[in-house]
Ligand binder design. Structure first.
Ligand SMILES: Nc1ncnc2c1ncn2[C@@H]1O[C@H](COP(=O)(O)OP(=O)(O)OC[C@H]2O[C@H](OP(=O)(O)O)[C@H](O)[C@@H]2O)[C@@H](O)[C@H]1O
Length: 258
């Protein structure tokens, strides 16, 4: 069955928030249906006061996890490059780290809000509907908007229409923000489960979508490394510990500014 897709004309692209909120209902319902099967976000407890972020990272890396890891298991690949993360083909999944408060007020999140106003509404509604503790360590896959506009309009203008042909992936790696953000250890502990939850939602989406609607390339900024204040190398190590199976996302391009 064809996936529900946000369908906005250019005339309401910026000016009619209420219409957008209504138009996002299908997509939001879709993401909420996906979300309703989300497995529990089993974040390890806050480490003791003397623990360092490095120690907490070790809690969730495969090297220290209980049980053997088959040497044949494939791991997620991270490829780093410079450029404009938003200059991406249609159906690219662009991932960023989010708080659970419904705010994309600063850093790259603000750029997402400016480029994807409908996606922001889906994200903020999702935060309204769910307790931060429940969101922490989970993800939200937001499907593209303005699909019809892209296909039918003779007047599509980049970057607005073009940008909204992409998926947005929200990783809930901190419950709050600013001075109330979680510790680096907690943010790192939430990052692996959140990414795995996002991959699960991608699998579910792709299984139902027509080939032309499936997630294409996957890219991400150096998540957690700005306002969340976690060294990128530590986040990268967590991500490279994620096992991937057939049909999973196998490569993420990390695109940072020149
Ligand atoms: N325009 C742009 N284009 C390309 N790359 C850009 C960019 N702007 C920044 N970067 C880079 O993107 C990486 C992540 O850095 P960020 O500080 O953004 O994110 P983060 O993951 O540490 O933290 C998330 C919280 O920040 C927000 O702010 P609020 O809480 O709303 O106030 C959210 O809502 C979350 O809560 C760093 O490499 C930045 O150099």
């Amino acid at each position: 069955m064809r996936q529900s897709t946000l369908r906005f004309g250019r005339e309401d692209s910026k000016s009619n928030i209420a219409a957008k909120r209504k138009a996002t209902d299908d997509s939001h319902a879709q993401t909420k249906r996906v979300k309703s099967t989300t497995t529990s976000n089993a974040i390890p407890p806050e480490p003791q006061r003397s623990s360092t972020a490095t120690t907490a990272t070790q809690v969730i890396t495969p090297e220290s996890s209980p049980g053997p890891t088959p040497s044949s298991a494939r791991k997620l690949q991270i490829q780093e490059e410079h450029g404009d993360i938003f200059a991406a083909p249609p159906r690219t999944l662009i991932i960023h780290a989010c708080n659970c408060q419904g705010s994309w007020g600063a850093g790259i999140a603000k750029a997402f809000k400016d480029r994807y106003p409908a996606a922001y509404l889906v994200y903020s509604d999702h935060c309204d509907d769910n307790d931060p503790d429940a969101l922490f360590g989970t993800a939200l896959l937001i499907p593209p908007a303005m699909k019809v506009s892209l296909k039918s309009s003779q007047n599509c203008q980049a970057p607005d229409d073009y940008a909204q042909s992409q998926f947005v992936g929200c990783l809930f790696t901190s419950r709050s923000m600013g001075r109330k953000k979680d510790s680096p250890a907690r943010i790192l502990a939430a990052t692996g489960p959140a990414m795995e939850d996002l991959f699960r939602q991608v699998r579910e989406w792709n299984a139902k979508a027509e080939a032309s609607d499936r997630v294409g390339e996957v890219r991400m900024c150096e998540i957690n490394s700005g306002l969340f204040n976690v060294p990128w190398k530590k986040t990268r190590a967590v991500l490279e510990g994620i096992e991937v199976g057939d049909g999973d996302v196998e490569v993420i391009k990390v695109v940072s500014r020149e």
